[in-house]
Design a protein around this ligand. Structure first.
Ligand SMILES: Nc1ncnc2c1ncn2[C@@H]1O[C@H](COP(=O)(O)OP(=O)(O)OP(=O)(O)O)[C@@H](O)[C@H]1O
Length: 917
């Protein structure tokens, strides 16, 4: 990110050439933005603060915890200035005007970034999270012709960018860059804006003195008298959104309105130096706990890390101080607030001398020059002029105050003057304000009570009719409303179990040969599943809740059992597993489902029988994906109230006799919020690897959590690998697949067991859909209906349809399924449960499950580790260490992404992670 104050114009000029360089650079002094004499690197290996030494050597000095940066410091290279990103630091070499980087980033290698453009020299460099950009110096042939060239290196950015017009400064954010044109001072941005929207939001009409990119936003200081800050992007212009979503993790402050002279951007925050008194102020999202920015102290220079900021105080010393979250508040290295320069400071700048004993430059006659603050704004007047010895100082002109900032700064005077008037004003206003508050509270109570009653009324009478349009849509997509014949106001309990038949325990015992082991076809966390044949020949699957060890003989998780019963009996879709009936006798609780002859998708993809996997060719796999998507779309869009499945995974996608997919297991489902925007504050539940990180961290449950899990499922279908697999360098499928897809290397994720189709485009589409589904923020993910449409198109393309823009409807026509509410179980072959090709309950246990309050009694954690060890065939010790590392360091699962995208885990959360995984 562009973090730091650019004062590298103060160049050392020991030799004539350097002097020439300095003089040329002075022309653009005010435009040197993101490079600075200090820079902060951040990321999973820990933050590091680097600065140019407080002598005139221009050598780098760093402090922090990333050893790759500390040990990689180029001890003998003098730099003009520094910039830093996720795990790396780069400096602009004085000798060659080229960047030189070091650290632990896999995107920015140590040394001069490759490819080097021969003869290229840079006037400024700026680092984003995973990339570095350099602005070519003026005077190149292209720029001489009123073009500018920016070279970038790193993730998704390696290219040379040509801009029509002279660019004076650049600043890099997370996956994007922005620049300022010199002619009209307008801003432009380019790169990947998926997570920030900075490119589309860039204000074309505004003119800036300076810009600075943060993680997902850009802030700039406006030209003109106001010198105010203007921010855009995902985090700083959308304070409300942030404050709603992250209010439990930190505070969100609004951008100040004071005139500013300098600005830097962190991941979700920004800090600036005020023109008025050179004190620092920060705003945006502040993690809890955060130390406050130093107040009423002059600051010479600032640089931002992801959740913290460091600055060099003018008065104290040259030791940097830091504030915010996640870094020590004072650092034991002295750094330079600029670069020492042996020539006198040019007009418009002043010499820095923090205090006599602590002169920043060793050589006699050598000094640091900093540019003076901008001229005082309209409401201010100059109290100290800009001179060699001092910066310009401004004070508010209290007689002409227009802004609140001015008013508050002049408050003492104003108060004295207006004291009498104010007293009268408040004497009148206070009773009115109190009355208004009381009225507002009353209105809120009335509205919320009405809303509660209304929602309850709707739920009781929910018929999901939704008018003719909806009924027609349901019909056309193979859905039969389960409430067609329900009279309004009928008893809710009757409604819930209306369609499910009640079985006796004896009946089911007989059907499953006394629940003997041979009849068992699967085992879940809450239940065992048996194959059974009813008296009339219907083949069924009987799900028997696990019994607790206590004497009262109550089945475990009876709440889950009843939830599933309620839900399933009300839902009816060709791609949902139908509930046929239930039994509730004594302590026994059993559910009777249609029997799925071909077991689960998990067994096909990860079972020991390779033939089973190869049977699932690309068309069949995509068909299964489309069908599962339709089932989930029905749950989200047509079930009333909407249902969030919460445990979408391959072992819950069952395959019937005709190889059609059915979404099963509503044991973890919840009735969704009536309004999709209101999240359910439930404890997270689900299966690790598929679990939506946003839901997990923030307990923010919407239908988009299912979309995330479905995205993981898509990656699993495409790659044929398990969602958590220690045999891969990236154990988590999302961490592994998404970078490959994004870098255009998508064919590397395709299942090697299958031959690649001639036209890869369809699978590429699906991979892209999957990437969108697993985005960190639910809001950025597509809804299930969009996912379904995209998959249908991809399927049509895969099958060679010329008309891929038409979604395929209805299911049965294209996918060859003749099933529509007919009891396929009745037609199921009487395959005995010893048909072990699809029955590998052990194999399913190689999964990492979610936290302890949703642990599943059938499998102890030690069993899970054991099975993962044998599965991965890795030495026990190693796997344990890696598993701990996976969670403790936040590496390798979707959580890591969230940690970096939204916020680091709190100590409490870290503790929780370590305990539960
Ligand atoms: N209707 C069915 N027909 C055939 N096999 C089934 C049926 N329902 C479940 N199974 C088999 O039984 C296994 C266990 O199913 P169950 O729903 O109890 O647990 P799960 O979803 O695999 O795991 P968990 O309950 O831990 O989420 C399934 O993976 C599947 O192989």
């Amino acid at each position: 990110m562009g973090k730091g104050r650019g004062q590298w114009q103060f160049l050392s000029v020991g030799v004539f050439l350097q002097l020439v360089t300095v003089l040329r650079l002075w022309r653009y002094a005010s435009a040197l933005g993101s490079m600075s004499s200090i820079a902060i690197s951040y990321g999973e290996n820990g933050p590091v603060f680097c600065g140019l030494s407080s002598d005139d050597s221009h050598l780098v000095n760093c402090y922090g915890s990333n050893s790759a940066i500390l040990y990689g410091i180029p001890a003998h290279f003098p730099f003009y200035g520094l910039t830093a990103g996720d795990g790396f630091v780069c400096g602009l070499l004085m000798k060659s005007n080229q960047p030189y980087c070091w650290g632990s980033s896999s995107y920015i290698q140590m040394g001069v970034p490759q490819p080097i453009t021969k003869g290229a020299e840079y006037s400024e460099i700026s680092a984003g999270d995973y990339h570095l950009c350099g602005l070519r110096k003026y005077g190149t042939e292209l720029q001489g012709n009123n073009f500018s060239l920016v070279d970038c290196w790193g993730y998704n950015m390696t290219a040379s960018y040509v801009f029509n017009g002279q660019v004076t400064s650049i600043s890099a954010g997370s996956g994007f860059n922005c620049g300022l044109f010199s002619v009209n001072s307008t801003v432009f941005c380019w790169g990947d804006q998926t997570s920030s929207r900075v490119i589309t939001l860039a204000p074309k009409q505004l003119r800036f003195q300076k810009i600075s990119a943060g993680g997902y936003h850009v802030c700039g200081i406006l030209q003109g008298g106001s010198s105010r800050v203007f921010c855009w992007g995902r985090s700083l212009d959308l304070e409300e959104e942030i404050s709603m979503e992250y209010s439990s993790q930190g505070n969100v402050d609004f951008p100040p309105r004071d005139p500013m002279i300098w600005i830097v951007g962190g991941k979700f925050h920004a800090c600036a130096i005020k023109a008025f008194d050179h004190s620092v102020i920060c705003w945006g999202f502040m993690m809890k706990p955060s130390t406050p920015a130093p107040s009423n102290v002059r600051v010479l220079e600032i640089a931002a890390g992801n959740y913290f900021t460091c600055g060099i105080l003018a008065e104290k010393s040259l030791m940097p101080v830091c504030w915010g979250h996640g870094f020590p508040s004072s650092l034991p290295i002295a750094v330079s607030p600029g670069v020492c320069n042996s020539t006198p400071c040019p007009p418009g700048s002043y010499e820095v001398s923090p205090n006599g004993d602590n002169a920043p430059c060793n050589l006699p006659g050598s000094r640091i020059c900093l540019s003076c603050s901008s001229p005082c704004s309209n409401e201010m007047y100059e109290i100290v002029k800009c001179s060699l010895k001092s910066d310009r100082k401004c004070s508010y002109n209290c007689s002409g105050c227009l802004s609140t900032q001015c008013l508050s700064n002049c408050s003492n005077l104003v108060n004295e003057k207006k004291g009498g008037e104010n007293d009268r004003f408040w004497a009148l206003q206070v009773p009115i304000i109190v009355a208004e508050i009381i009225l507002a509270v009353f209105m809120v109570i009335v509205v919320s009570t009405t809303a509660v009653f209304y929602v309850r009324y709707k739920l009781r009478n929910c018929q999901c009719s939704g008018g003719n349009l909806r009924a027609e849509k349901l019909k056309s997509s193979g859905i039969k409303s389960s409430h067609e014949d329900v009279t309004v106001g009928s008893d809710l309990d009757d409604l819930k179990i209306r369609r499910a038949r009640m079985f006796t325990y004896e009946e089911l015992k007989l059907a499953t040969c006394g629940f003997k082991d041979e009849s068992q076809v699967g085992k879940g966390s809450f239940s065992c599943v048996f194959k059974g044949v009813l008296k009339d020949g219907t083949v069924v699957a009987v799900k028997r809740a696990l019994m607790s060890s206590s004497n009262d003989n109550k089945p475990k998780n009876s709440k889950e059992f009843r939830t599933e019963l309620d839900l399933l009996s009300r839902l009816n879709h060709a791609h949902l597993l139908n509930l046929l009936g239930y039994c509730e006798e004594g302590g026994e609780r059993l559910l009777v489902y249609e029997f799925m002859a071909h077991g689960s998708l998990h067994q096909h993809l990860h079972g020991k029988d390779r033939a089973l996997k190869q049977q699932l060719d690309w068309v069949r796999r995509v068909t299964i994906a489309v069908q599962a998507a339709r089932g989930i779309e029905y749950l989200h869009g047509y079930a009333c109230p909407p249902v969030i499945h919460r445990d979408i995974k391959s072992s819950n996608i069952l395959i019937d006799e005709e190889h059609n997919a059915r979404v099963a297991d509503f044991g973890l489902s919840l009735l969704g919020p009536a309004e999709s925007g209101s999240p359910l504050a439930e404890l997270p539940a689900g299966t690790l690897g598929y679990l939506d990180p946003e839901y997990y961290r923030l307990h923010y449950l919407t239908t988009k959590s299912d979309v995330y899990s479905f995205g993981v499922l898509l990656l699993e279908i495409l790659s044929g690998r398990k969602v958590i697999d220690m045999l891969y360098e990236e154990a988590n499928i999302v961490e592994w697949a998404v970078p490959l897809i994004k870098s255009g290397d998508f064919s590397r994720i395709l299942d090697p067991e299958l031959n690649q189709p001639r036209d890869l485009e369809a699978l590429k589409r699906i991979a892209n859909v999957a990437c969108k589904c697993v985005r960190m923020r639910g809001k950025d993910r597509p809804s299930m209906d969009k996912v379904t449409t995209a998959l249908e198109r991809a399927l049509a393309q895969l099958m060679g349809s010329p008309c891929i823009d038409q979604p395929i409807l209805p299911t049965e026509v294209v996918l060859g399924s003749s099933r529509l509410h007919k009891k396929s179980s009745q037609r199921s072959s009487n395959r005995s449960s010893s048909d072990v090709d699809v029955v590998e309950p052990e194999d399913q246990r190689i999964e990492f499950r979610a936290p302890s309050w949703i642990t599943f009694p059938s499998v102890t954690s030690s069993q899970r580790w054991k099975s993962s060890v044998s599965d991965a065939d890795i030495e026990g010790k190693n796997i344990e260490a890696r598993n701990v590392g996976l969670v403790g360091s936040g590496r390798g699962d979707g959580l890591r992404c969230l940690e970096e995208e939204i916020a680091p885990a709190s100590p409490h959360e870290n503790l929780f992670l370590q305990h539960n995984f």
